[in-house]
Design a protein. Structure first.
Length: 111
């Protein structure tokens, strides 16, 4: 399990494990990985030796050793989360809702 590891650590990944860090696979059998938390794909992805697996994935088949390459906010999932949190732009839908809300408030004040 990759729950309490740091970059550079070697760990074993096996059936049923939730991967808590980004890691690069060593030589061994291919893994079947559920990456739906990241990709929203319903089918499992096959990961071969030397491929990377990402935080938030679940192992559906296989067992292999891996080298931890990123943890926490430095993972693929962590970087994506940071990008979403750092945006300050107001979307078109929000602008429309604000305009409707302002119109309703002004209309209520006039009546």
């Amino acid at each position: 399990m990759l729950q309490f590891w740091s970059p550079g650590d070697i760990t074993s990944i096996k059936l049923g494990d939730i991967i808590y860090a980004d890691a690069r696979l060593f030589e061994g059998d291919a893994l079947s990985i559920d990456q739906s938390a990241l990709t929203r794909e319903s089918l499992s992805a096959t990961k071969n030796p030397l491929d990377e697996v990402f935080s938030g994935s679940t192992v559906k088949k296989g067992e292999i050793e891996a080298d931890v390459i990123a943890t926490g906010v430095h993972t693929f999932f962590g970087k994506a989360d940071h990008l979403v949190d750092s945006t300050n732009q107001v979307g078109h839908f929000q602008k429309v809702l604000i305009a409707i809300g302002n119109f309703c408030i002004c209309s209520t004040g006039v009546v």
